[in-house]
Design a protein. Structure first.
Length: 260
């Protein structure tokens, strides 16, 4: 199985409604966005790492899927360390760069917060099937069916981008126009992919309209989407982790409300 495919498993997380996964991720992210301190982020991250063992992902798939988060977090922390708000003892300074006690603490908090928000979001949505998500958004959240079905159709086409990119690369090389500079080749191929995507999207929209997907009447759904005990349990775990992070942060005096 490709590591880019939606995995299947017997764990309970795979049977949870995607709406509950979305709610849990948004709830946790919303609470952590209220503060910039390393304690709340570290507590949330520690709880999440324990829960990840029941996510049904192999170590290889987990690392590949979450690699962008692992790369983005330290880069954001480094930027904050060098150019963050100067406060406290100055460790090193050169021009616009000031490494101080305040910027160091802020860098650690930023890195941990990105990991605590990004990792559970990626892990939860790895186990989401796009069709199940569309069913949940339309039947439970009551979003407009036209919007949901259009989003689902577009999401289904994302996987074709890789195949289109490879086909364009081979075609351009066969015509002798793909051997130039890397930047020029990348720009030309990206523009060609954009044109191809627009044409395909227009054809898809016309086909969906012809089949009645844009009709203003109330739609029926082939598969019912339910929200029960498993879903409430997942949202409850997200709320529990968020509250635990807040309580520990406030108790240790590290809570730093960003709107204060």
């Amino acid at each position: 199985m490709s590591v880019l495919a939606v995995p299947a498993g017997k764990q309970a997380i795979f049977r949870v409604n995607p709406v509950a996964k979305l709610a849990a991720a948004l709830l946790l992210a919303g609470v952590l966005m209220l503060t910039i301190d390393w304690v709340s982020a570290l507590v949330a991250l520690a709880c999440e790492l324990v829960l990840f063992f029941w996510a049904g992902l192999s170590a290889r798939m987990f690392l590949i899927r979450t690699l962008p988060v692992w790369l983005a977090a330290p880069m954001a922390g480094l930027t904050t360390l060098l150019y963050g708000q100067a406060a406290g003892q100055v460790y090193w300074a050169f021009g616009l760069v000031h490494v101080t006690q305040g910027s160091s603490e802020l860098a650690v908090a930023t890195t941990l917060r990105i990991l605590a928000i990004g990792l559970p979001s990626v892990v939860l949505f790895v186990t989401v099937d796009p069709t199940d998500l569309a069913d949940g958004l339309a039947q439970i959240v009551r979003l407009p069916s036209r919007f949901v079905l259009g989003g689902l159709a577009g999401l289904r086409l994302v996987g074709l981008f890789i195949d289109d990119w490879r086909a364009l690369e081979l075609a351009r090389r066969a015509r002798g126009i793909g051997d130039g500079g890397a930047i020029r080749r990348l720009a030309g191929q990206a523009f060609a992919l954009l044109v191809l995507s627009i044409r395909r999207g227009s054809k898809l929209a016309t086909a969906m309209e012809a089949r009645g997907f844009g009709a203003p009447i109330r739609r029926t759904w082939a598969r019912p989407s339910t929200f029960g005990g498993r879903e409430y349990a997942l949202v409850g775990m997200g709320l529990l982790v968020a509250l635990l992070a807040v309580v520990v942060s406030v108790a240790t005096g590290n809570w730093n409300f960003v709107l204060a």
